[in-house]
Design a protein around this ligand. Structure first.
Ligand code: ATP
Ligand code: MG
Length: 647
């Protein structure tokens, strides 16, 4: 495939926080002298007791351990709120746009948010929540989700957010796994005009998780949900009854901040543990540099608080940086597919950060929905969660950003806490589909199957040498699993599980999960490249590719294809697509099977679950594995019922 390059626009190179020369110099220092680099960056946080040691990390058995700023103390909530009060107390901290455009928005200043958090922290304390206790948050996209997170951080409790779209079973499992006594929820959630029975789900989860002693219930829709006497507490009544003042706990840098379960794209979700000091420095630094963020700019991260992107770049990063963060309760296509861009216009959003899955869905509906909005306020566009196909990238750039806005395609993971490989808008020439270059302090390496380090251009397993401040510190409740999962595949390196290609310019291209690599007649192929070739066809909206058993080739290529809204797939299109991929990539990539599908199985965060597609392709449907994070299980039934007859 041809590789377009978009140079850094001149006005960006001149005005950005980081230009190319500065990137190179800072990157160099960050890897040659990480102690000096991160000591300096740590100045963005107000420490109660300053640290004397910056980095103390080892990936090796024997002295394995990851500690940053280990003798420093701080409180994250005080850094995100209290210290801004004198300088920007009346600035909006959170802009909240409801599900329906007919309902009123909320504009919450730093001063107001501070009081909300102090009150809720006092409510938590009244309920006996102490430092180190786990608190489960099962809230929709409302400002109170941020309040609950920050209140936990304030009192030193460890929050575990469970996405509000998850079932009672999934909720109960996560509550039990981390042993939390308290669940914070709402009567109902609202998404795309539909009500989500959150309180009812908690009641059902409590029947399976006897550890739940208290449930704090926020009234969102005002539905009559029935309160259990002695167990359930009304959010607003409780907050009204306590003091508006609360002094933050002095936390150690390595005290746990939160647990978050991964998306479950590849298997059972892991309870990823992050700590306080390094994470704060990391999300503040990455948010500022990656988005070229200046305090007061209107910034919108469209991720749910239930995912790591919501933690790091909807709440913590922007608030640590004195930002104005927009929180949107709804979905991209309700009431219609213009919704995102109408919200951009309404608040004059300058920075927009979204996921390829949403972009592909909107692209499928046609350009008119975008073009009837202005979007003149936009300066930077971001992408996260999956590889963004070059086709979707170009659409994002040309149609949404009108060729004006740099796109930051940020590769990272729940485990990494923040962005790892990403362009910086004033420093990096862009190649559609490439996450480009490492962020400061990140040392990516490609290893071949034998674990040998590859130099120069090539394709291999992506690992990270050495630690960075925002790295996860453990798998909750299973000390051994952390080391086993991430540090034993290739001794001495953090193993990402992703495959990656590095080109002649040193740019990194994520090729997909290593578990998903297809081996056709001895040729190894990532899923991303074949999927991108399919999506590049004018009739294709989305594609997912997996391997299938093949007598001669070892593995064959099985492609699931979703067409654009106005296309009726037929035999001729199937033949055309097979020929198309053959031409775009080469005969080796010729799909053996194409199954047209109106929808693909995805996690609740919108990632394609290839492991389920693989089972369907193998006709091994008895053991689909953990499907608790699947967004719409009926998609699987449809795929099974419409499996093409194989030759
Ligand atoms: P699980 O670990 O439970 O299987 P998951 O890996 O989907 O779930 P996340 O931590 O949410 O959980 O996702 C991280 C993964 O998402 C990365 O390892 C990578 O495969 C993919 N990813 C994220 N951002 C990008 C990006 N910009 N480009 C390519 N891939 C990305
Ligand atoms: Mg993962």
């Amino acid at each position: 495939m041809g590789e377009a390059i978009y140079p850094v626009p001149a006005e960006w190179a001149e005005n950005a926080l980081i230009d190319d020369a500065r990137y190179t110099a800072m990157y160099q220092q960050s890897v040659s002298d990480p102690d000096a680099f991160w000591a300096q960056e740590a100045g963005r946080i107000d420490w109660i007791k300053p640290f004397t040691k910056v980095k103390n990390t080892s990936y090796h058995a024997g002295d394995f351990g990851i500690r940053w700023f280990e003798d420093g103390t701080l409180n994250l909530s005080a850094n995100a709120l209290d210290r801004h009060l004198t300088t920007r107390g009346d600035q909006i901290a959170i802009l909240w746009e409801p599900d329906s455009p007919d309902e009123a928005e909320r504009r919450i200043t730093y001063r107001e948010l501070h009081e909300m958090v102090c009150r809720f922290a006092n409510v938590l304390k009244d309920q006996g929540v102490n430092r180190g206790d786990r608190v489960t948050i099962y809230l929709p996209m409302v400002p109170e989700a941020a309040v609950a997170m920050l209140a936990c951080a304030r009192v030193g409790a460890i929050h575990s957010i469970v996405f509000a779209g998850f079932s009672p079973e999934a909720l109960a499992g996560r509550v039990e796994d981390c042993g939390s006594r308290i669940v914070i929820t709402a009567d109902e959630g609202l998404r795309g005009g539909k009500k989500v029975p959150l309180k009812k789900n908690v009641d059902a989860a409590a029947a399976q998780a006897p550890g739940i002693e208290k449930v704090i219930v926020l009234a969102r829709t005002g539905a009559d949900v029935g309160m259990v006497p002695g167990r359930d507490i009304d959010w607003h009544a409780a907050c009204a009854a306590v003091s508006p003042e609360n002094s933050p706990e002095e936390m150690n840098a390595e005290d746990p901040l939160f647990i978050l379960y991964t998306s479950g794209s590849t298997g059972k979700p892991k309870g990823v543990l992050h700590t306080t000091g390094g994470y704060s420095v990391w999300v503040s630094a990455t948010h500022q540099y990656v988005f070229d963020y200046r305090p007061g700019q209107i910034y919108w991260c469209a991720a749910d608080v239930g995912w790591v992107t919501g933690h790091s770049y909807l709440i913590y990063g922007p608030l640590l940086n004195g930002g104005t963060t927009l929180m949107f309760e709804g979905v991209p296509n309700y009431p219609d597919p213009s919704r995102f861009w109408q919200v951009v216009d309404k608040y004059q959003v300058e920075i927009f950060y979204g996921a390829p899955t949403a972009l592909r869905a909107l692209m499928r509906e046609g350009d008119e929905w975008v073009k009837k909005t202005s979007r003149q306020s936009l300066r930077v566009l971001g992408s996260v969660g999956e590889p963004i196909n070059p086709e979707a990238w170009e659409w994002y750039h040309k149609v949404v950003g009108e060729g004006r806005c740099p796109i930051v395609d940020t590769w990272w993971q729940t485990e990494t806490g923040g962005t790892m490989i990403t362009p910086l808008p004033g420093a990096t020439a862009l190649k559609p589909g490439s996450a480009s270059r490492p962020f400061f302090g990140v040392q990516p390496l490609l290893l071949d199957n034998d674990g040998t380090i590859m130099e120069g251009p090539g394709d291999g397993c992506l690992v990270i040498a050495d630690s960075w401040p925002g790295q996860m510190r453990g798998v909750w409740g299973d000390a051994d699993r952390f080391f086993q999962t991430y540090f034993t595949t290739f001794a001495g390196y953090y193993f990402t599980g992703d495959g990656c290609r590095r080109d002649e310019d040193g740019y990194y291209w994520i090729t997909g999960r290593i578990d998903d690599v297809i081996n056709v007649s001895g040729h190894r192929m990532g899923t991303a490249e074949i999927e991108s070739a399919l999506v590049a066809h004018e009739h294709v909206a989305e594609a997912a590719v997996v391997g299938m058993p093949h007598e001669i080739k070892g593995q064959g290529i099985y492609a699931y294809v979703t067409c654009n809204a106005d296309v009726e797939p037929d035999e001729a299109l199937r033949k055309e697509l097979i020929a198309w991929v053959r031409r775009e990539i080469g005969p080796i990539a010729t799909p053996d099977v194409i199954q047209f599908a109106p929808g693909l199985p995805k996690t609740r965060s919108g990632k394609i679950m290839r492991r389920i597609l693989r089972k369907i392709a193998e006709n091994d449907v008895g053991s689909l594995g953990d499907t608790s994070t699947l967004a719409d299980p009926s998609v699987v039934d449809h795929l099974l019922a419409n499996r093409p007859q194989l030759a």
